[in-house]
Design a protein around this ligand. Structure first.
Ligand code: GLN
Length: 547
């Protein structure tokens, strides 16, 4: 069975627990161990699928079709291990499972309580796949002391207690605030958060201390003494220029060594960090820059497009250039000329999204890119808008639109070039959905295959004609418009294997204009940039050289 590392946070939220967990996973891999990372979220939503990206950041979709927390994206980007449905859970899901069992009579009429029923459900979740890897890293969302988190902490306490000694450790992440007036780093909040853990029967083996200033040796000793942690296991975590420096930085501060020491793994295998050295080298030593506009709706919260932003960074690394991303709110030019807002960018990316707001602006962005020969990457909604633009402005379908917007308004205004999909094929079976199904889980979700046209730009970019990419959408481009649009020059260069669902479109006579129905950003990694992002950034660099 795997060794378990539980990762908790104290003092304040947003300390970078997800990043620390991902970096630790990468470092254990560098020492030859296999890892899997998991996120346990205390909120009561059953999954993040219906949570607003404004509040919660992007929804990360796994191959097996789970809508999960964006931290799973970090995990994948750092470890290359594809996340699964069973790598993310929320209190909402746990309670819903327990209540379902109660209704079915599984508990034989017993009184259902947090201990043992809810905690047992959490422990069952922790055990899934526990025999497949060397280390299972489980991050608990929120901060110790949160009311919602208590059942998780209690379940962890029991889990550690039930497992053989030395097979579980706890890594706690805290903040050392700096008081400018006295020029001091304060350790008291850290001490309090460790006390909070101790009061529920948990003790950290490793303490990661976020700080904006160097932590003096004597403060490290003090933290070790008061928090009952070995001095070498008090790991400073300073701000970094790039998140991809985290594995090397944490290694330099002794994190992986402290973790292996806590497990008494000796001698520790030597790490091979060449992969991460190359990643950091590609970030630090760049030649030139590409200015790319992301034309979207949730531009106030960059986390809403987390994976896209990271995939662009990876594309930059592949080309050894810096990618400067500008967030452009599509709604601003819904009713005015887009050109003043988009001129000067070397490429335009229109990401996924839901609802009609801002879509006229996105259609204008697609038109701007098409007519000005600016590289364009349309992702999901961004592809649908490019198709609507082509239908309206090139193929003469004046009222072209998406059924999504008519459904939203409850009236029929558009000719649905993009329509609601009621059934589709996944592998060997047909999946059926009605519009009236619950809000969550009514989409084409997860990995699907696509076949690319030999000789098309995408086939060239991917270097193959068979691909598998992740989806998350309800609407599809209607294949009945294929002929009309292809005659105008918009090639349907990627299709579902049964030939019914358009997966990719591209303008033939354009330097670089591609729309994809899936989310390529979810599979990009710093050490393995996604081909579409690699080539999109390359095209942007080319544009930058023309101006
Ligand atoms: N709203 C569109 C659909 O449901 C696009 C979804 C997306 O961009 N992820 O099809």
């Amino acid at each position: 069975m795997a060794r378990y590392i539980f990762i908790t946070g104290g003092v304040v939220s947003s300390l970078g627990k997800g990043l620390a967990s991902a970096a630790l996973g990468a470092l254990l891999q560098a020492r030859g161990f296999s890892v899997r990372l998991r996120k346990l979220d205390p909120y009561l939503n059953v999954d993040p699928g219906t949570m607003s990206p404004f509040e919660h950041g992007e929804v990360f979709v796994t191959d097996d079709g789970a809508e999960t927390d964006l931290d799973l994206g970090h995990y994948e980007r750092f470890t290359g291990v594809a996340a699964r449905k069973t790598d993310s859970i929320s209190s909402g899901r746990i309670y819903s499972n327990v209540l379902e069992k109660e209704r079915r009579g599984d508990y034989l009429g017993k009184t259902i309580q947090v201990v043992p029923h809810v905690t047992n459900e959490i422990k069952d979740f922790l055990r899934i796949g526990g025999d497949e890897v060397d280390f299972m890293l489980c991050e608990i969302g929120g901060t110790v002391g949160d009311i919602e988190g208590l059942p998780f902490f209690e379940a962890i306490r029991q889990f550690i207690h039930e497992r053989p000694r030395g097979e579980c450790i706890l890594m706690h992440i805290t903040l050392l605030p700096y008081l400018a007036a006295s020029g001091e780093l304060k350790t008291k909040p850290t001490q309090h958060s460790v006390k909070e853990l101790q009061s529920i029967g948990l003790a950290p083996d490793v303490l990661v201390c976020r700080s904006e200033h160097a932590i003096p040796e004597r403060e490290r000793e003090k933290i070790a003494l008061f928090c009952n942690v070995r001095k070498e296991a008090v790991i400073p975590a300073y701000d970094l220029a790039s998140i991809y420096e985290a594995p090397l930085a944490y290694h330099g501060e002794g994190l992986d060594q402290a973790v292996l020491d806590a497990f008494q793994i000796s001698p520790a295998p030597r790490p091979d960090l060449r992969k991460w050295e190359d990643v950091v080298d590609r970030i630090r030593n760049v030649d030139g820059a590409a200015n790319i506009a992301i034309v979207g709706k949730y531009t106030q919260l960059e986390d809403a497009y987390k994976s896209i932003k990271e995939a662009l960074v990876h594309g930059g690394m592949a080309n050894r250039v810096k990618v400067n991303v500008s967030w452009v709110d599509a709604e601003v030019f819904d009713t005015e000329d887009a050109a003043p807002h988009l001129e000067g960018f070397h490429a335009i990316l229109v990401p996924g999204g839901f609802g009609e707001r801002g879509t006229e602006g996105k259609i204008k962005a697609a038109e701007f890119a098409r007519t000005r020969n600016i590289p364009y990457l349309g992702i999901c909604l961004g592809m649908q808008m490019a198709v609507i633009e082509a239908a309206r402005n090139v193929a003469g379908v004046a009222r072209a639109g998406s059924e999504e917007f008519d459904h939203e308004k409850g009236e029929k205004r558009f000719e649905p070039v993009v329509y609601h999909l009621k059934e589709w094929v996944q592998g060997n079976h047909v999946v059926e959905r009605k519009l009236g199904d619950d809000k969550g889980g009514t989409m084409r979700l997860g990995a699907y295959n696509a076949t690319l046209t030999p000789g098309s730009r995408v086939a060239d970019v991917y270097g193959t004609t068979k691909i598998e990419e992740r989806h998350r959408h309800r609407y599809e481009v209607d294949i009945r418009y294929r002929e009309k649009l292809e005659t105008c020059g918009l090639a349907f260069s990627g299709m579902s294997p049964d030939g019914r669902l358009p997966e990719i479109v591209e303008w033939k006579d354009h330097p670089w204009f591609i729309g994809v129905q899936f989310h390529p950003e979810l599979k990009s990694k710093p050490f393995d940039p996604h081909p579409l992002f690699r080539d999109f950034v390359r095209a942007a660099v080319e544009t930058s050289r023309l101006v």
